[in-house]
Design a protein around this ligand. Structure first.
Ligand code: FAD
Ligand code: S2G
Ligand code: ZN
Length: 439
């Protein structure tokens, strides 16, 4: 399951919705396949041609159309980069309801198309909730203008929801209307070192109870992921003494109304945890400065890069019950060991990290090289493991081209049949992102 490589002869970069519509109309008439492309940061090959489709890049549609600092409603071209939108609304004291390590390149249109989750979903929910409206060019070139900025609009079927997470297979998103929350007056974070994984769940319970409304992220990093992040220069959050005996780590972020109030809550939490008869944590380090706040996040966000620097990654972005996070990593490692594949010239590491609050584990197998032997050992093993927990084979990254064969592990035959009926209704000529999501 390596990085996907397609080859397109043509990349078009329209500047307006009308240009997108004109191009799509032409492709529709000529029955030419299209791949909508945002920032190209997707991890399942969704933005890459599978044959010789025309790539329609939204990069040149990067204007903010409007922002209302009272309601926080932002209407932007789909090609706006997430970081640019974050920077645009910050002076108006608002934040984007989504944050992910790819923010410097990914576009809001791609975020919506993949229904990206990310680091803030725990606090601000899914894009299915924060997206208020969409402008979409349908596979025959029709412009579907649902770019409403209404918080409430119960008039007929909510069509926009179909395009959120459709990965460009039902139409090209050209405009996004999204509700942005007010920026927190104070953000803080703390990293905890835990002696073993079993403490993560009770820690999550007490953190939720003690921080309640100011909790904005609760991220898990196992020891291997942590060591790889440090090895590859993604920050050094804790001293060697602090990490002594730690089996995993948790990064907690708070976003609240008053710094003093939030810091008091965090300090009380840390004291309570450390003074407990059986402490859940070995230690905790509270960020003392904006620089330290950023370096704690850099460590967590840098795991992806560290994994890809360490070797060839087989990435499994899965939803499984929180209690099974460590088991899934350990069982996979043991399975590979039983095949004689846990060795330096085959599989070097099996790591786990992810979004605890979303039940989303990023299980990454780091190999020396890609090989069919490793691939065959991993699939369908991991998909069956996920299905045994009634989980999802793709929590937030989508299906793209790389996981179409695995869709049935998480969706019933009836569901897939009706997905295909919807695809047939919107794209009877099959020109919109062919080979993605549905086989
Ligand atoms: P692309 O990669 O260009 O495209 C992704 C899919 O959307 C493709 O199928 C494409 O055809 C379609 N598409 C793109 N733009 C449009 C459009 N305007 N209209 C219709 N279809 C379109 N993902 C998460 O969910 N959570 C994370 O925490 C996260 N962290 C990441 C960290 C790193 C370092 C990296 C590299 C990736 C991460 N991702 C994460 C994956 C990726 O960033 C997201 O899927 C992102 O939403 C993709 O946006 P993009 O603009 O790069 O889209
Ligand atoms: C994350 C990023 C991509 C990956 O870090 O939350 O979604 O799988 C991931 O490393
Ligand atoms: Zn993620």
């Amino acid at each position: 399951m390596g990085k996907y490589h397609g080859n397109a002869t043509t990349v078009l970069k329209p500047k307006t919705t009308q240009e997108v519509s004109d191009i799509v109309k032409w492709c529709h008439e000529k029955r030419i396949g299209i791949v909508p492309q945002g920032g190209n940061t997707g991890l399942v090959g969704g933005s890459v041609p599978v044959q010789d489709e025309v790539i329609i890049s939204l990069a040149n549609m990067s204007q903010v159309r409007s922002f209302d600092p009272i309601s926080g409603i932002l209407i932007a071209d789909a090609g706006c980069i997430l970081q640019s939108l974050t920077d645009y609304i910050a002076p108006h004291h608002h934040v984007m309801p989504i944050d992910l390590g790819a923010k410097g390149s990914c576009q809001i249109g791609g975020n919506v198309a993949t229904n990206a989750g990310g680091l803030r979903l725990l606090r601000y929910g899914s894009l299915h909730g924060s997206v208020l409206g969409l402008e979409v060019v349908l596979p025959d070139g029709t412009i579907l203008d649902q770019l409403t900025s209404l918080r409430k609009d119960n008039t007929g079927y909510d069509l926009k929801q179909l395009f959120i997470g459709a990965e460009g297979t039902l139409g090209i998103i050209t405009g996004v209307s999204i509700l942005t929350p007010p920026s927190p007056q104070a953000s803080n974070n703390v990293i905890f070192a835990l002696p073993h994984f079993d403490n993560v769940l009770p820690l999550y319970q007490s953190v939720k109870r003690q921080l309640s409304e100011i909790l904005s992220a609760f991220e898990f990093i196992d020891r291997t992921a942590y060591d790889l992040a440090v090895k590859h220069g993604q920050g050094r959050a804790l001293s060697d003494e602090d990490v002594e005996g730690a089996q995993c780590f948790v990064l907690v972020e708070t976003s609240g109304g008053r710094r003093e109030h939030d810091e008091e809550k965090l300090t009380t939490l840390l004291e309570t945890l450390l003074e407990a008869d059986k402490p859940l944590i070995n230690t905790g380090v509270l960020a003392q400065s904006p620089a330290q706040f950023s370096s704690l996040w850099a460590l967590r966000e840098g795991v992806t890069e560290a994994v890809s620097k360490e070797g060839k990654a087989y990435k499994y972005d899965i939803s499984v019950p929180l209690s099974t996070f460590k088991e899934c990593v350990d069982v996979t490692r043991e399975h590979l060991r039983s095949k004689g594949l846990m060795r330096e010239d085959a599989v070097k590491h099996v790591v786990g990290y992810g979004h605890v609050g979303d039940g989303n584990l990023h299980l990454n197998v780091v190999a020396d090289t890609y090989s069919s032997e490793i691939q065959d050992a991993l699939e369908p093993f991991i998909y069956e493991l996920v299905a045994s927990h009634r989980g999802s084979v793709s929590a937030e990254h989508g299906i793209g081209a790389m996981k179409t064969h695995a869709l049935h592990y998480s969706k019933s035959a009836v569901s897939i049949t009706w997905m295909k009926k919807i695809k047939e209704l919107f794209d009877p000529r099959g020109i919109m992102n062919p080979g993605k999501v549905l086989e």
